[in-house]
Design a protein around this ligand. Structure first.
Ligand SMILES: Nc1ncnc2c1ncn2[C@@H]1O[C@H](COP(=O)(O)OP(=O)(O)OP(=O)(O)O)[C@@H](O)[C@H]1O
Ligand SMILES: [Mg+2]
Length: 345
């Protein structure tokens, strides 16, 4: 956990709002102490030329709206593999995203705002600083915290727990044992949602020559049908092949693409268990929780448990709210911090 250097102490009697932000590769989610929430795709678009600008009537488009008009826009995805890119245009785009989601949940300018922003488990000191500097102007106090730790905090699972947060850019594993996690407690790999999409496209191109599949199509099919292990029904989609559209099975390709992230997750869990206090290893292995968009892959808990059998077993459960888990946890953490904390760190 890290915070910016100068934080204004919440003044007695002043209106204070706490905020949790999950600045993800795919989604930016926000949750406030007033119970408001919003989540948008982490995409910003600016019109390509004067015609686009006149037609769209705005200089910045965000999320879904930016994707809808993408042919007329320069698109920015400021977060790559979970990390905010350090280019001026990406920092500006990220500021735009924060400002946009903040506006969508808050009408009152007078409130003091204290925020915690979730960052990947192994984010470097530099990347944390870039996030804090970027967000500084929007808040009276801002801190960053490990994203999977935020999920654990939301779950109230603060002892002997492993969180596996399967996002777009990274899969983050975090061992939680009653304190803020340190670097040995956290493992991050880039075998996550976007990796599955790339694998899926590659496998489809291997199986069907002349097929034309984009990452976007692969992602949509994956989100509708993703699975690991066995399923009863074939998955048939409409594939563009040369100039026609053919209904073809993508079952095997989707299965292998989804399963491609399993080995890293198992070796990560195994490492976190084997380096834990022996007395609590059994409790730890029975408290594994999946979070993030990728946790919705069908059969994933059961298949992970099957793999874990080989290393002494484990119990894998799903955290039910893949969209707001991180932001809600960051919010809860922000609200639970003693007021002095915002000025002392
Ligand atoms: N039903 C589903 N099955 C499989 N994957 C899914 C499903 N729904 C969403 N996803 C995938 O989850 C990923 C997005 O998850 P999430 O919103 O947690 O990521 P993020 O927080 O933006 O990314 P990161 O944590 O890496 O910065 C995407 O790859 C998306 O395609
Ligand atoms: Mg995430």
């Amino acid at each position: 956990m890290a915070s910016k250097n100068k934080v204004k102490n919440p003044a007695p009697g002043s209106k204070v709002m706490f905020i949790g932000v999950d600045l993800g590769t795919n989604h930016t989610a926000i949750s406030t102490s007033e119970g408001k929430k919003n989540s948008i795709f982490s995409v910003v678009g600016t019109p390509k030329d004067a015609v686009a600008s006149k037609f769209l009537k705005k200089e910045h488009l965000f999320g879904e709206e930016a994707l809808t008009h993408r042919v007329a826009l320069n698109l920015y995805k400021p977060i790559e593999d979970g990390v905010l890119k350090n280019q001026p245009e990406d920092i500006e785009a990220a500021k735009g995203l924060i400002e946009h989601v903040l506006k969508s949940v808050d009408g009152d300018k007078d409130k003091q705002k204290y925020a915690i922003i979730g960052v990947p488990a192994r984010a470097s000191v530099l990347s944390k600083k870039i996030v804090m500097d970027m967000a500084d102007e929007f808040f009276d106090g801002v801190m960053v915290a490990s994203e999977p730790f935020c999920v654990a905090y939301k779950l109230g699972k603060l002892e002997h727990t492993i969180i596996v947060d399967i996002g777009g850019g990274t899969t983050d594993l975090c061992r939680v044992h009653g304190t803020f996690p340190v670097s040995d407690d956290q493992i991050s790999t880039n075998k996550a949602g976007n990796y599955i999409d790339r694998e899926f496209v590659r496998l489809l191109q291997d199986s069907y020559t002349d097929v034309r599949v984009t990452l976007e199509m692969a992602r949509k099919w994956k989100e509708q049908h993703s699975f690991v292990g066995k399923i009863d029904k074939e998955i048939i989609v409409e594939l563009p092949v040369n100039s026609s559209i053919l209904k073809l099975s993508v079952t095997k390709e989707l299965k292998h693409a989804c399963e491609s992230i399993i080995p890293d997750i198992i070796s990560g869990i195994s490492k976190l268990i084997s380096t834990y206090e022996p007395d609590f290893q059994d409790t730890l292995r029975s408290n594994i929780y999946l979070a993030g968009g990728g946790s919705q892959i069908r059969n994933l808990p059961a298949v992970l448990e099957m793999h874990l059998e080989l290393i002494g077993g484990g119990k894998v459960s799903i955290f039910k709210d893949p969209v707001y888990g991180g932001a809600d946890g960051a919010l809860k953490l922000a609200m639970d911090m003693p007021r002095e904390f915002w000025q002392t760190i």
